[in-house]
Write a protein that binds this ligand. Structure first.
Ligand code: GLP
Length: 259
């Protein structure tokens, strides 16, 4: 695992965008795992600048991490609408090549299985973009999620619903359930990049990066993956025991180690 501590997530966005550009240069129809939330937005903004300068992402394929159950795709709070608004349209992706779990399906378990089949049919995910929830979730894999889980229905924790209430109107509540790629699904991606900023994420980041691998902190599965980059700002890195070592390793990174 590489832990990169930077002055701001904007710097992380630039680094990760350069990496996406290299990936797409080598494989124009690369498969990205797309995350919603505020943490990956600097990456999407940096990619947009590159698209304006000529980067072509029109053949890139995408699979979103998760979706609320019970919101129509057209609902602006759905992750389908969010991914369309924040990723697909600004970056010039082809909407036909981007999938989001169908949280409005009549048969949710069947929709979850079909999503897994679609990822496999695409040849798997090349680069999975991740944020981390304050409870330590990735996607919507809440504490207690099986480390081997696949795309399925999960019940959201009260904390997650509170964290996400800001996207809903006064008196409205986020849905209680979601469809999310599983921890096993995420581990199958060929590489993971995780973004976290702010002090409110520091405990979850420390548990994920340096704590025990445990379903109590679902993001700790990143320790089981051979190709992970964790991008942090200073406050999010504030509770890491080995922060100085990560800084040293990054400052002395050999040129041949570039991903
Ligand atoms: C939601 C999403 C996660 C995301 C998390 C953190 O719960 N399902 O994929 O990582 O929020 O969001 P933010 O980056 O806005 O803190």
């Amino acid at each position: 695992m590489e832990v990169v501590i930077l002055p701001s997530l904007d710097d992380a966005g630039e680094l990760a965008a350069a990496r996406v550009a290299r990936l797409v240069g080598a494989k124009p129809d690369a498969v990205l795992g797309l995350a919603t939330g505020s943490s990956p937005l600097p990456l999407y903004r940096a990619l947009r600048r590159r698209v304006e300068q000529g980067l072509d992402l029109s053949r890139v394929r995408g699979f979103a991490l998760d979706e609320y159950v019970g919101l129509a795709r057209e609902d602006e709070r759905s992750y389908a609408a969010t991914i369309d608004r924040e990723v697909v349209r600004p970056l010039g992706l082809d909407p036909a090549r981007v999938r989001v779990p169908d949280g409005a399906a009549a048969d949710l378990p069947a929709a979850a299985q079909e999503y897994e089949r679609a990822i496999a049919a695409a040849g798997g995910i090349d680069l999975q973009i991740l944020g981390i929830g304050s409870v330590g979730h990735v996607g919507f894999n809440e504490p207690g999620s099986s480390l081997a889980s696949r795309t399925r229905v999960k019940t959201l924790t009260e904390r997650t619903r509170e964290d996400n209430a800001r996207f809903f109107g006064p008196g409205e509540e986020p849905p209680a359930h979601c469809l999310t790629q599983g921890l096993g699904t995420i581990l199958d991606a060929r590489a993971l990049v995780l973004f976290a900023g702010g002090e409110a994420k520091a405990a979850a980041v420390a548990a994920a990066v340096e704590g025990a691998v445990s379903s109590s902190c679902p993001a700790s599965i990143i320790q089981l993956h051979p190709a992970v980059t964790v991008y942090l700002d200073e406050p999010a890195a504030g509770r890491l025991a080995h922060a100085e070592y990560y800084r040293y390793a990054y400052e002395h990174k050999p040129a041949w180690q570039r991903d």
